[in-house]
Design a protein around this ligand. Structure first.
Ligand SMILES: Nc1ncnc2c1ncn2[C@@H]1O[C@H](COP(=O)(O)OP(=O)(O)OP(=O)(O)O)[C@@H](O)[C@H]1O
Ligand SMILES: [Mg+2]
Length: 343
């Protein structure tokens, strides 16, 4: 297919609408964002744009006049903006504002709702996959507890009773551990403000969860956590992301190899990477990796939604995902998150 020049777009307004546009356009091969402006330097979309290396500005009027774009999309909600664009934009540049921009915005909101449903469904599906092995894992300690409790009823020697009681305590602790990691995982999307999360804790938790979803017995898990600040995020979303990447890595290695989880801070971004020693991903597949329903698993065994949902959730957090894969080197998925403003 002949490659077509992408439409170069400037986005005016980096609030909720602008941030949603950035998210949508960055996953769209036919669109390139060449500038984002908002009078408020702390607008969420500006931070997102900086992380994506998109030029940003707090001078809306000068960005309009600068040119270099095919289309200006105004989602500022400012009624005076339509006239300002008409007055300042270089000839030949089209603009989308007023009702036309509102129409696009409502279509985007619809598509966002669909995405949210898809993400939620995928989370439930993952939980369903986990349920069977969790039930199995819970059954073992339950049997131990039952067995030792029955023995205690017959036992007279205090030392032996103490020993059995200790076994029961250990089994209960194991059960509590399983319950704890599941609670974190099943946390529904937050209903308001995100919370402060410590990513290494979530990664460790995700490893425990991934063991329920795939076989990790012969996978060596190595952690290289450089100290990173906490970020504001939805822990349930991030665990879904990490579990998906860990399971994909383990599956690519056919259950044998090494998974390296690392965290580091570089400039304004926090990077989390998950590397596996499996086969590399050919370049023709790499372009389609994050598209919904792309899978190389045979005959209906994979949904191909895993990485699509991962990217959606990362973008929801204002971050981005990159993949590196070379022959003989395995594959690394890197996630970059902006540092939280709030301490
Ligand atoms: N770590 C990896 N190494 C090699 N290939 C990978 C890796 N992760 C993903 N892939 C490729 O990307 C495809 C899409 O992954 P995704 O998680 O979206 O769906 P899936 O794993 O195929 O299906 P499901 O997640 O429903 O089991 C996989 O089929 C595989 O070809
Ligand atoms: Mg998968």
């Amino acid at each position: 297919m002949a490659s077509v020049e992408p439409i170069k777009v400037i986005i005016l307004g980096a609030g909720k609408g602008g941030a949603a546009l950035i998210e949508l356009f960055t996953s769209c091969a036919g669109v390139k964002i060449v500038g984002v402006a908002d009078n408020n330097p702390n607008a969420p979309g500006l931070q997102q744009a900086r992380l994506l290396n998109i030029p940003t500005s707090t001078e809306t009027a000068s960005l309009i006049a600068r040119g270099g774009a095919d289309l200006i999309v105004d989602v500022t909600g400012d009624p005076a903006m339509t006239a300002l664009i008409a007055d300042r934009k270089p000839p030949g540049v089209e603009s989308l504002s007023g009702n036309a921009a509102r129409l696009v915005w409502s279509l985007i909101q619809d598509e966002q709702e669909l995405r949210e449903h898809l993400v939620h469904t995928e989370k439930l599906a993952t939980l369903g996959t986990l349920a069977a092995s969790v039930a199995h894992e819970v059954n073992n300690p339950l049997h131990w507890i039952l067995g030792f409790a029955q023995l205690i009823q017959e036992e007279k020697k205090p030392a032996v009773i103490k020993e059995y009681a200790q076994e029961i305590v250990e089994s209960v602790e194991h059960l509590a551990e399983i319950a704890k990691s599941l609670t974190m995982y099943s946390q529904a999307s937050y209903q308001g403000e995100p919370v402060r999360v410590h990513i290494p804790d979530l990664l460790d938790n995700a490893v425990k969860m991934a063991k329920f979803a795939t076989v990790l017995d012969e996978v060596e898990v190595v952690t290289e956590y450089a100290p990173i600040p906490e970020i504001q995020a939805d822990p349930g979303d991030l665990i879904q992301v990490f579990v998906t990447l860990l399971v994909n890595g383990a599956q690519a290695m056919k259950g044998r190899g090494r998974l390296t989880l690392a965290t580091l801070v570089k400039g304004d971004a926090i990077t989390v990477s998950i590397h596996d020693t499996g086969p590399w991903i050919p370049s023709e597949h790499r372009e389609k990796l994050f598209a919904p329903v792309f899978t190389t698993k045979p005959g209906g065994t994979g949904t191909g939604l895993g990485l699509y949902v991962v990217r959606t959730l990362i973008q929801k957090h204002g971050g981005r995902i990159l993949v590196e894969s070379e022959e003989g080197q395995g594959t690394t998925f890197s996630l970059q998150f902006p540092k939280s403003d709030r301490p």
